[in-house]
Structures are given as C-alpha cells and as structure tokens.
Design a protein around this ligand. Structure first.
Ligand SMILES: Cc1cc2nc3c(=O)[nH]c(=O)nc-3n(C[C@H](O)[C@H](O)[C@H](O)COP(=O)(O)OP(=O)(O)OC[C@H]3O[C@@H](n4cnc5c(N)ncnc54)[C@H](O)[C@@H]3O)c2cc1C
Ligand code: SF4
Length: 574
C-alpha cells in the first residue's frame, strides 16, 4: 500500500540535463518543484583523482543498474526480443545529473533542415526521394523558432567554439560564449587535409570549457585540463558542463527544489484526461509512495519516458501494422561505421592528452548541405576527428593483421599508442514504420513491470550513407599522410553488443498534428495537458550531430511552456 504524500505544484521524474534545466527555470520563477531521481546524489568532489578505468570504463560505475531495469531488443518483428543484460551499444545514466555527468560535451545544434525535413526534402527532390516505409515528418517547430533556446543552453553551459568557422549552419543570434579549445597537432593535420579538399573544418563546439567562465546564472567554472578521462567519467574540475555543476545548484539555491534521490517512478497516475501524480518506490527501503502533483514532467531519458507512458496507458499506442498511434513511434538511433583509421609509423601526436569534445568537424556532408540528387539516401553525417584521450587499458588500436594477443600485440599496442588517428562519421538515422518501442510480452523489471522492447535494424538507406561517407573519411585520411589506413565501407545488421552511441531518439515525438505526434512544440502531451514529456523522446528522427544541444534547447522551451500553463491554469499552450 503506497503512502500518499501532500500534493505539489510540479513534479519532475529524472534529474539529468532535462530535469536539471526544468528545475532551475521553474524554481527561479518561484514555482515549488519536487524532483524524483532513481539514483544516488552526486557532487564534483566525487571525482577527485579517480581516473580509474576499471571502475568507470569497464564496470560502468555511472550507469543504470541493468539487473533492475533494462530494455529488450530485436532486429525485426519476426524475432523474439531478449533483454540487454550487459552494456553494449548505449549506456543509460543513473544518479544525479544522469548521463549528463559522463557525457563528452560535444555540443552541436541540429540543422534548419532537420526541423522541416519532410517539407525541405520534397521541395528539393520531390516525394519520390522518400522511400516507402520511411516515416520522416516535420517537427512542428522551425530552427529559427528554436534559436533563442539554443542560445540559452549554450550560454548556460559556456560552450567553447567559433561559429564563424562554419558557414554551413543555421542563423545565430550571438557567438559562442567561450573561445575554441586548443588546436592540437592531430587536429591541425585534419584541418589542413580537409581544407585542401575544399571542405569547411571547424573546431567542435565543446562543453569542456576552453577558459574560466561565469554563466548568466552566476555559476563560475574552471577551464579544462585536457586530462583525457572525460567520457564515462565525471569531471573533477567542473570544466565539463554537467547538470550537477550548472543548473541543479541554481535550482537548489532558490529553496524551491525538493530533491529526492533513490526514488524510482513506476507509474503516472491519471484520470484519463489529466495526470494526478506518480507512484514511486524508495529503492533503499522498498517503500511505495503516491506523490500527487498539478503538473507532471517526464525527464527520465527516452526509454523511461516512453515506458512510463505505455505502462500508465497514456496516449495512443503505436501500431506498426497500421502506422497509427503515436506512443513508441519513430525510434531512431545513429549510423556508425565507415571510419578511416590512420597509422603514422614515424610520428607521434601525444594522444594521452585530450577532452571529450576536443575535435574538429566537417559539416559539408550533413543534413542537406550537399546535393542528394545522385545518391540513394537522404540526410547525411558529421565527419570528424576527436582527441578524447587514449587511456592505457581501453585504447589499443593496431594495424590490420596484428595478432590480438601476446608479445606481437603488446609491442604494436605500445608502438601505436600515440600514432593512431581516426576520421569518423556520425550518421543520421531516419525513422521507419517498423522501427518502434513497445512493451515486452515476456520480460519484467524488478518492480514487476514489462521491459521496454526496441525493434530496430539498419536499412539500405544507412548502408548507402555509410558507403558514401567511408569514401569521404578515407579521402581525408589519405590527405593526412599516414603510413597505412584501415577502413571499411560495409554496414551489416545493427548489433546491440559493441558500443556505438547513446543517441537514442523517438517514442513520444513532437509535431503540429495530434494524429501523428504525441507532444506539441512545448513538449506538452496532446492527450493530457498537464503532462510534459521532455527529452530526445521528442525527436521525430535523429540527425548526424549529437543530440544534447537540441534537447537542451527544447527543455528551455518546455520550461517556458510549463510556466505559461501554470499561469493559464488549463488547456494547451500555444
Ligand atoms: C558515454 C556518453 C557520451 C555522450 N556524449 C555526448 C556528447 O558528446 N554530446 C551529446 O550531445 N550527447 C552526448 N551523450 C548523450 C547525452 O548524455 C544525453 O543526450 C543527455 O544526457 C540526455 O539527458 P536526459 O536528461 O534526457 O537523460 P539522462 O541524462 O539519462 O537523465 C535521466 C535521469 O532520469 C533518471 N531516471 C530514469 N528513469 C527513472 C525513473 N523511473 N524514476 C526516477 N528517475 C529516473 C535517471 O537515473 C537519470 O538520472 C552521451 C551519452 C553517453 C552515455
Ligand atoms: S578532459 Fe577536461 S572537461 Fe573532461 S574531465 Fe578532463 S578536465 Fe574535465
């Protein structure tokens, strides 16, 4: 029997970037907020001198406990899905700050093309360019409408970079708040090669601060030390923008945030029209609580957001047979592969130094930045070099043909530790009618609820894209002058075992039409006006850039929508 608690004005499920931004924006306006986070509390001091690869990289210290909650996966509807029992393709975060603590910080805005992908594709190439079964749709908001919120996110996080270097982006209202990070010899080599080929390389916009910075909320953070233990680790200097050192303290200082850790939400309570609150379990004591609220915000990442909607029976469930319904629709990922690895026998690049978003990006082949008339795919990829820091256990690249064990491997691994550069592509991912999320009929979580099931595979569109991009990455690498190159332009079926990226999207998508989308452009549920679903679950497709800048912008817009809703008292926010 759940203990019923006194009602609160706003309740947030999950305290990653989304929960953090929403709690800061609402509490600053005097709104009382209760936030429920299933994981533990965290602070910057937790990371002093803990560059422990076993603990953080291989044993996933910062990630969700898969013995309690996971997803099931299958490539096609004909298969039986099985649970992901070990981390592989993606790494869901847990604890205060969520995955925002162990992310890299690569902070790129999606392109204007992304937000109007259907309209712009048809305008330029005609309807026949969109293959049967590909369910791309416009987002119900334009890039220009979202621009002020991108700007807010970047200023809050102190993003480093110089947009002037990149002519292939949307309109901006202001420059980035801090200068670009250091151009290392490896990055310069990439830049020279890409420029020789006529491309437009630019320093990757970075949430690892290039210099000390004080943001508009008065939060001061120190510059990055290029320690190289960034992705999958917390930052001991606070140089990496994460929710724990930026937005959450702002919310806490207002006195209007009550944060409850170890609180796992299992259900959204509602009467069919409005959310009444949530049911949650204290993960330490096992006690159950009912927390009533006037407004409920789901900010638990794509998988939790979609699962809570499905288990709580909210919105119309997506049916791949008819293409009707919206909850679970348009799951998308990103398309990896196609990188070119260069081995430089006679040069060293000091690759032990690095940062999560120290890199350069070529924008020429992303979105609709190039003519797609003669290719069999739409959209594209960001092409990039990253210097994230080679770590002694995790990084062991050796040329093709090297034995993967024993003396020969050790010698090659030591020799190449500082002599391997990779030009990679990060491919967009289009939605398809038969890529979706629903509830697994067999497997359950520790609370007895069905696991979320993902049905997804790579398509011919993805194979064509990787083939095209592999030629580009190889071309750039050749120009960089390595001794030998390893590359592969083939893309097999999607395999959930190796790590690829934690850029999952869709399932509660935004749009202008309630029959084809779950939420409006303020991420307010069409079917339940006091329920807001915030995160990349709102993306109708995924781009060739990292998602968090765009999700962050949407969270700022959602915060504005929630404030409007609280003021008007009822109805959809326009
Ligand atoms: C290794 C790695 C590197 C990345 N690098 C980049 C990058 O360079 N650039 C980029 O743009 N993106 C990157 N990302 C993605 C980025 O981290 C996410 O886009 C972002 O953190 C999502 O924020 P969120 O608030 O939606 O979700 P999360 O950060 O996942 O936060 C959700 C929170 O909700 C909590 N929660 C979940 N379910 C429940 C529940 N039932 N009850 C209570 N609480 C719950 C979780 O514990 C978690 O704390 C990376 C991700 C990973 C894993
Ligand atoms: S590389 Fe920079 S931002 Fe990343 S953890 Fe190290 S000091 Fe922090």
């Amino acid at each position: 029997m759940a203990t019923k608690l006194p009602s609160v004005p706003v309740l947030i499920v999950g305290m990653g970037w989304m929960g953090g931004i929403l709690s800061a924006e609402l509490t600053k306006q005097g709104v009382k907020v209760v936030a429920l986070e299933r994981g533990k509390p965290r602070q910057m001091e937790d990371y002093y001198m803990v560059h422990d690869e076993l603990r953080y990289f291989f044993r996933y210290e910062m990630m969700q406990d898969l013995s309690k909650e996971t997803i099931t996966f299958r490539n096609t509807e004909k298969m039986t899905a099985v649970p992901m029992r070990e981390f592989g393709s993606f790494l869901m975060g847990e604890g205060l700050g969520g995955a925002g603590v162990h992310w890299n910080g690569q902070t790129l805005r999606f392109l204007p093309y992304d937000f109007e992908i259907y309209t712009k594709t048809v305008e330029r190439y005609g309807k026949r360019k969109i293959p049967e079964g590909m369910t791309i749709q416009d987002w119900g908001i334009t890039y220009d409408e979202l621009e002020p919120y991108f700007d807010k996110f970047e200023k809050m996080a102190g993003i480093s970079g110089d947009p002037e270097e990149n002519p292939l982006i949307g309109r901006r209202s202001s420059p980035l708040p801090t200068k670009p990070m250091i151009r290392t010899p490896a990055l310069k080599r990439f830049e020279e090669a890409a420029k020789k080929l006529g491309y437009h390389p630019y320093m990757m916009p970075s949430a690892n601060l290039s210099e000390n910075y004080t943001n508009p909320d008065g939060i001061t953070r120190a510059a990055c030390q290029y320690c190289g233990f960034c992705e999958r680790y917390g930052c001991e200097y606070g140089a990496k923008a994460d929710p724990v050192v930026t937005v959450i303290p702002v919310a806490q200082q207002t006195g209007n945030l009550e944060l409850r850790s170890y609180s796992n939400v299992t259900q959204v309570l509602h009467d069919g029209k409005k959310a009444r609150g949530v049911l949650y379990t204290n993960t330490i004591t096992g006690e159950q609580f009912e927390q009533p609220a006037d407004v409920v915000i789901l900010a638990g990442y794509v998988f939790t957001n979609v699962k809570l909607l499905l288990v709580s029976n909210i919105g119309k469930k997506y049916d791949p047979a008819t293409g009707k319904g919206v909850i679970g629709k348009n799951y998308a990922y990103q398309t990896g592969g196609g990188s070119a690895v260069g081995f430089f026998d006679d040069e060293e690049f000091n690759l032990y130094a690095g940062a999560g978003s120290l890199g350069m990006e070529v924008p020429d082949f992303n979105g609709d930045n190039f003519d797609h008339t003669d290719v069999n795919f739409i959209h594209g990829s960001g092409i990039r070099i990253s210097q994230t820091g080679f770590r002694p256990i995790a990084t062991n690249s050796t040329p093709a043909g090297t034995k993967q064990w024993g003396k020969a491997f050790k010698q090659a691994s030591i020799k190449y530790a500082n002599r391997v550069l990779t030009v990679a592509q990060q491919g967009s991912s289009m939605p398809w009618r038969h890529h979706y999320m629903d509830l697994d009929p067999t497997y359950k979580d520790v609370y007895g609820l069905p696991l979320l099931r993902i049905t997804f595979d790579f398509e011919e569109q993805d194979r064509q894209l990787v083939k095209f991009m592999a030629a580009k990455t190889k071309e750039i690498m050749q120009e960089m002058g390595p001794t030998s190159i390893g590359s592969n332009d083939q893309l097999g079926p999607y395999n959930i075992v190796p790590y690829q990226s934690t850029h999952n999207t869709g399932g509660a998508i935004m749009g202008a039409d309630p029959s084809t989308s779950a939420v409006n452009s303020y991420l307010q549920m069409w079917d339940m006006e006091n329920l807001f679903v915030v995160g990349a679950s709102a993306f109708p497709h995924n781009s060739g850039y990292n998602p968090t800048c765009t999700v962050g912008a949407l969270a700022y817009r959602a915060a504005e929508g929630i404030a409007k809703y609280l003021k008007q008292g009822s109805g959809l926010v326009l």
